[in-house]
Design a protein around this ligand. Structure first.
Ligand code: IPM
Ligand code: MG
Length: 350
């Protein structure tokens, strides 16, 4: 099986290297790898954040392991050439509309969060973020001048019913296999897009009487996430709200350096892109300070969802839990261990 390795920018290469070591230990020669530049690295190597050869590799591969994109040296480039366009372009070109972001408190990590231990105990949720629609991709968008000659920027928030329905089905199917609770997050008190979202979710709900559905406005959801995060089981939400809430949720369990993600075009498997939800963190790049666990856990998700190797995924997740329980702590978790040492701790736990 062919894995496209797209390490990208900043800490991407460091954390992907550790994920690769763990994959080698667990899968050996069953997986083959091809690497290609993406993001700022793609721009520097081939003049585009998503060079054609990189996109071609992603399309040929059985799964994609992605690091991070974002490079301050590229900040002044026009938007189509910015590193972020690489990940947005991959999501769109490959039609990866379902983004699964599991948020779980590992045993012994109650005190790693900025929230009190009694608040974070028992957190175990999956945020299902829609990934190819919403204001991220809606048109028209752009810059123009107002009649008074003022500069104006505008974007379009939009969903059609088919996009909402497939995310809703994904959420209900997952909730059915978990604790049976689904929270749909929107802003239906203000936005037309959200009113449609809510309408469609209610239609789909009729087919899942065994799932307890609640609707929550996104501002309230942000509050409830820090008030009683263990309340949530499966959360479905749009692209923009999901981007924001998943960063917030990561801090409930200790660090954004712990959260993996899977981007799929069919929630039951097939091709997927796997990436830590953290960014390229240019301020600590190349210093061995990055936490590789989110990347390692992303590799585990890849084995489970795209490669049909659930036992291997379980082994990796158990090894990460064991390493953390044994006290493995990178700087983001209040410790001093290097990226490599964190990878070593997982390998030792395997
Ligand atoms: C994420 C990131 C991306 C997003 C950026 C890098 C474009 O924040 O995956 O959450 O906004 O989707
Ligand atoms: Mg984000």
């Amino acid at each position: 099986m062919l894995i496209a390795l797209l390490p990208g920018d900043g800490i991407g290469p460091e954390v992907v290297a550790e994920a690769r070591r763990v994959l080698d230990a667990v899968c050996g020669a069953a997986l083959t790898y091809e690497e290609a530049p993406v993001g700022g690295a793609g721009y520097k190597a081939a003049g585009h954040p998503l060079p054609p050869a990189t996109l071609d590799l992603a399309q040929r591969a059985d799964a994609i392991l992605f690091g991070a994109v974002g490079d301050p040296e590229c900040d002044s480039l026009e938007r189509p050439l910015r590193p972020e366009q690489a990940i947005l372009g991959l999501r769109r070109a490959l039609g990866l509309w379902a983004n699964l972001r599991p948020v779980r408190l590992f045993p012994g990590m109650d005190d790693a969060s900025t929230l009190r231990p009694e608040v974070v105990r028992g957190i175990d949720m999956v945020i299902v973020r829609e990934l190819t629609g919403d204001v991220y991709f809606g048109t028209p968008r752009g810059r123009r001048a107002t009649p008074e000659g003022l500069r104006e920027g505008f974007d379009t928030m939009r969903y059609d019913e088919s996009e909402v329905r497939r995310i809703a089905i994904t959420g209900f199917e997952m909730a059915r296999r978990r604790r049976g609770r689904l929270c749909s997050v929107d802003k239906a008190n203000v936005l037309e897009t959200s009113q449609l979202w809510r309408e469609i979710v209610c239609e789909v709900a009729a087919e899942y009487p065994e799932v307890a559905l609640e609707h929550m406005y996104v501002d309230n959801a942000a509050m409830q996430l820090v008030r009683r995060p263990a309340h949530f089981d499966v959360v479905i939400t749009g692209n923009l709200f999901g981007d924001i809430l998943s960063d917030q949720a990561s801090m409930c369990v200790g660090s954004i350096g712990l959260l993996p993600s899977a981007s799929l075009r069919d929630w039951q498997g097939a091709l997927g892109l796997y990436e830590p939800i953290h960014g390229s963190a240019p301020d600590i790049a190349g210093q061995g300070k990055a936490n590789p666990l989110a990347a390692i856990l992303s590799a585990a998700m890849m084995l489970r969802h795209s490669l049909g190797l659930p036992e291997a995924a379980d082994r990796i997740e158990a090894a990460v839990a064991k390493a953390l329980a044994g006290g493995a702590r990178s700087p983001d978790l209040g410790g001093t261990m290097t990226t490599r040492a964190m990878g070593d701790a997982v390998l030792a736990a395997l």
